[in-house]
Ligand binder design. Sequence first.
Ligand code: AMP
Length: 281
Amino acid sequence: MKVITTIAEMKNLRSQLAGSVGLVPTMGYLHEGHLELVRHARMENLTVVVSIFVNPAQFGLQEDFATYPRDPERDLALLEKERVSVVFMPSAEEIYPQGFSSWVEVEKVAERLEGAFRPGHFRGVTTVVAKLFNIVEPDRAYFGQKDAQQLAVIKKMVSDLNMDLEIVAVPTVREPDGLALSSRNTHLSPRERQAALVLWKALCLAQELWDNGERSAERLRQEMTSLIESEPLAKIDYVSVADPDTLEELVKVDRPALVSLAVTIGKTRLIDNIILEADGM
Ligand code: AMP
């Protein structure tokens, strides 16, 4: 496994690679969710490149960039075990040198939900992802369904800017009790870890109501909201039932819908989602 820290070295290595390249962009502190992306990439490509970069540009001033969990040695050991060929872990200065002033910004789909609560977040994400695509030139890039809006925003960027690669979505990996794996879960106290289950419970409630014929998006949002409000440690940012591509809120759930939510448990902000869809919908 080659560990590369400079763009020049990464580009040089890329120019020597034959066959398809799969890229898995991450911010490190890896868990089974990340490793699932790596496994999908390995199945479909000759070479797998994993990037580890805690991207300062996607964190707001009041957000957790400084306290975001980091453990590069453990990450490298996990990736070695997964037989990854290349790890690209640049410094912040390498990605954003002095005088850096070009940004990639997706409108509309990036302005809702996470975009509304975290101004500038997706501008940071799309800029770094576009840079990674230019540096690594992957044939395919792998993203988790866990960050459903990120996936929609990146797909839109790739389509609008005619980027020549395939975006592959990988299903969310969960703990046995349903909590979606996230690097931020490490910040949860035992009591908060218990309370965090309310996200999954709310998503299951939406699924159950929908299975029983409920088609009013507002009713789904209301039922989920009251369930989450019954958990004293939980503070809701949003509960959404929206079109999976445009993220526009739905009135009637008569086509596939992305049910997503953002809830802060104590000091830890968590997001999760499911897609409601039926055969022949
Ligand atoms: P992050 O390191 O949080 O930026 O995540 C890197 C990639 O892993 C993103 O594409 C995430 O959507 C994906 N990811 C994070 N958590 C999970 C999970 N529980 N299941 C599947 N993919 C995930």
